[in-house]
Design a protein around this ligand. Structure first.
Ligand SMILES: Nc1ncnc2c1ncn2[C@@H]1O[C@H](COP(=O)(O)OP(=O)(O)O)[C@@H](O)[C@H]1O
Ligand SMILES: [Mg+2]
Length: 306
């Protein structure tokens, strides 16, 4: 029987020139899931992803990827994992098809013509097969990178910010394809900054400056952090927001068009704050994932000496 987890790592740490990039990160990714990996820039997402697939050795910590030890079995892991790096890393001066043929031959895939054609058709790349990769738009480059990562039939995909700078329609199609891959048993770990993408994941991990701050489903994370949100609508909200920002217990104030939202962890203090502004009528609102993450970043920044 296969393990329940595609990735199971514990206490991973990595420093560069004495500066910690990842500190004591433990993660479990269930097989068949889409696992979302979120966090501000420079928080160690890429470093963690590279350690998971044996591309980088952690300073400490250990674990398995698809049942293989990340410290000693990186060659086996590389055969079973498809990695889409953050920056486009294929040959700009080869066409779509030439890039895919080239990678298929590196992997020594015998039926590579069939595979390349199937992947190009599935991802809609066949239309662009004779276009130089360097001339493709961001969204099509990402599809090409995804096709390249799938050539050797991996069991696990590691996707590092695959949709950064890609337009909404292309992002949705990209995610539909990742969802389709789960029906074929492929597990994905995806790093992203987009909240709508986070909502498409079965499980999430949120890392801030090297430390794992939250883990679980979207609802788990929102519930665990315990942030309360109230909202009101009306006019002149920007002024109201300015006045509320400095009040005790008001941790976030944001104006979205005609709505103001305030968040805090202390119900009594929030009520006191709202009572001072009776010109709008307040109602409780569902805390968003973004509000939770902003709160976690402030918590981490306030509690750190970095
Ligand atoms: N090869 C490297 N050499 C030196 N510092 C690095 C290297 N890779 C990453 N870092 C540093 O480690 C930290 C985490 O980076 P990274 O893993 O790229 O974060 P993220 O992917 O979340 O943006 C950053 O401070 C970054 O500057
Ligand atoms: Mg990164």
């Amino acid at each position: 029987m296969q393990d329940e987890y595609a990735i199971e790592v514990a206490h991973l740490s990595k420093s560069f020139h004495g500066k910690p990039a990842v500190t004591d990160v433990s993660l479990k990714v269930r097989r068949g899931d889409i696992f979302g990996f979120l966090g501000p820039n420079g928080s160690g997402k890429t470093t963690t992803i590279r350690m998971l697939c044996g591309l980088m050795t952690p300073d400490s910590g250990t674990g398995t990827c698809l049942g293989y030890n990340i410290l000693s079995d990186s060659r086996m892991i590389k055969r079973l994992v498809g990695y889409v790096p953050q920056a486009f890393s294929l040959y700009q001066d080869l066409t779509t098809k030439e890039n895919l043929d080239f990678i298929a031959r590196i992997y020594d895939e015998r039926d590579y013509v069939v595979r390349v054609n199937r992947l190009m058709a599935e991802l809609g790349l066949d239309v662009y097969q004779h276009i130089l990769a360097g001339r493709l738009s961001g969204g099509w480059k990402q599809r090409l990178s995804l096709a390249a990562a799938l050539i050797h039939d991996p069991q696990l995909l590691l996707l590092d910010e695959p949709t950064a700078g890609v337009d909404p329609k292309a992002r949705r199609e990209f995610w539909d394809y990742i969802s389709y891959l789960t029906t074929k048993g492929i597990t994905s770990l995806v790093s992203t900054h987009y909240m709508d993408e986070a909502e498409r994941c079965n499980q999430l991990a949120y890392i801030v400056y090297g430390e794992l701050m939250a883990e679980g489903t979207v609802d788990d994370i929102i519930q665990k952090v315990g942030l309360m949100t109230w909202a009101a609508s009306g006019q002149g909200l920007v002024k109201l927001a300015q006045a509320m920002r400095s009040l005790p217990g008001v941790l976030q104030v944001v104006v979205w068009g005609n709505e103001i939202r305030i968040c805090g962890l202390d119900a009594a203090l929030l009520k006191q704050a709202m009572a001072r502004f009776k010109e709008v009528s307040w109602h409780p609102a569902k805390t968003s994932l973004e509000e939770v993450f902003i709160s976690l970043v402030s918590e981490r920044t306030a509690g750190s000496s970095v």
